[in-house]
Design a protein around this ligand. Structure first.
Ligand code: ZN
Length: 164
């Protein structure tokens, strides 16, 4: 994705203050290997996603819960299909916009919102437990479609995609 500036990111979350957003230092970010820009608030309970759309950037704010006491079990990230043998995903949930805070959706996603690195085998963490023989281009489009579909369900895409 194209690099984005801090001010641009802030403008995508007009309801949140800069301390609520906790945007990390962008200097070391390697934009060229990212399909979406995701980060975790330093406090650990919130995550944010910025996805480049056809004409503009889409944004999503998420709550993150990590179940530390849960028994280790194999889990797959719903967005990038990276399979973790035990820990590695977290439950991210979003309030459906326009539902008066009554409806929520959730997905198990890579705990650090680093799906783009996972599908490129970039982090030094263990590689996926169940490797797939799928082209990187297909993994990228599947990831983008998953994020877009989650945003669609959270109703944050505005008029870009008709709900009917
Ligand atoms: Zn992932």
């Amino acid at each position: 994705m194209q690099p984005i500036e801090r001010t641009e990111i802030r403008s995508l979350f007009p309801d949140l203050s800069s301390s609520e957003l906790g945007i990390p230092d962008l200097t070391p970010v390697d934009w060229g290997v990212l399909d979406y820009f995701g980060w975790i608030h330093p406090a650990g309970h919130k995550g944010f996603v910025v996805l480049p759309g056809p004409e503009r950037l889409f944004s999503l704010s998420l709550r993150r819960s990590i179940n530390h006491s849960a028994k280790p079990r194999t889990r797959m990230c719903s967005w990038c299909h990276h399979v973790y043998r035990s820990k590695g995903t977290a439950l991210f949930s979003a309030t459906v916009r326009g539902s008066d805070d009554r409806r929520f959706i959730g997905n198990h996603i890579c705990a650090n919102l680093d799906c783009s690195l996972r599908i490129r085998n970039l982090p030094s963490d263990p590689p996926t437990y169940l490797p797939e023989t799928l082209d990187i281009e297909k993994k990228i489009s599947r990831l983008e479609n998953s994020v877009l579909s989650f945003m669609h369900r959270a109703n944050v895409l505005g008029n870009l995609i008709d709900n009917t």
